[in-house]
Design a protein around this ligand. Sequence first.
Ligand SMILES: NC(=O)CC(=O)C(=O)O
Length: 307
Amino acid sequence: MCHTPLMLPLKCNYSLSSSSFLSFQFKIGLCQLSVTSDKDKNIAHARTAIQDAAAKGAKLILLPEIWNSPYSNDSFPVYAEDIDAGGDASPSTAMLSELSSLLKITIVGGSIPERSGDRLYNTCCVFGTDGKLKAKHRKIHLFDIDIPGKITFIESLTLTAGDTPTIVDTEVGRIGIGICYDIRFPELAMIYAARGAHLLCYPGAFNMTTGPLHWELLQRARATDNQLYVATCSPARDTTGGYVAWGHSTLVGPFGEVLATTEHEETTIIAEIDYSILEQRRTNLPVTKQRRGDLYQLVDLQRLNSN
Ligand SMILES: NC(=O)CC(=O)C(=O)O
């Protein structure tokens, strides 16, 4: 360790388990799913998309934000599942667990509304190749937006914000998780990068107002600033729904380059990730080493409090 945990470890942020992945290549599948008001149908549909992506060689599959339910405050309480109880109390995550172990893949399971006691969260579950739940990320930054005449959506009317950054070691590298609006907060991505993330996954449902301007820009910014891969996955656009998603699920490389993307229809992107490029980019342009830790610092409170 070259810094105290209080500071962003600017110069020595790669642990052994993180660096052992640095020549690793694999395929990622981004399943941009159509979402209906029929939960069983949504689960069956996601199952088929995951199986198809795995058949095409994807070792990591990312689903959209809120893929088992319409994206609305009215729907969240109705479609919410008790993830910790599992089984019949959470048919959506039971399906993800079953498929990840059956197909020997890692699944970053988009997000679903989660019920925990009397609270609701917007939650992403990560399953390893053994079918076990490896991590659960509750959307940290709730999406409260009010642009009169364009879009008003107040997630905090029904949802509670999570309070933990989530970074997880998987069979396909170290992955930092954020959900949609979380992508707007660069400090979260910086903390993940400082902890050795190779890839950031953001299930997200941007909208027709902010999507065209900000969606790709934010992904490229997070990837460029932190010199890592960024993958996003949106629901497909449904213009009859109350909330119209922008779509455009995307994979961005560590130089800010868009490696694969799509429009707004339902589709699955299969794209190649090669972690050797991370080292190459960081050598080409060593911004991590060139940061001025004597002038500014990022505080990783979770790490600080765990010591
Ligand atoms: N839906 C979101 O959480 C975020 C979004 O659409 C935006 O930031 O814009």
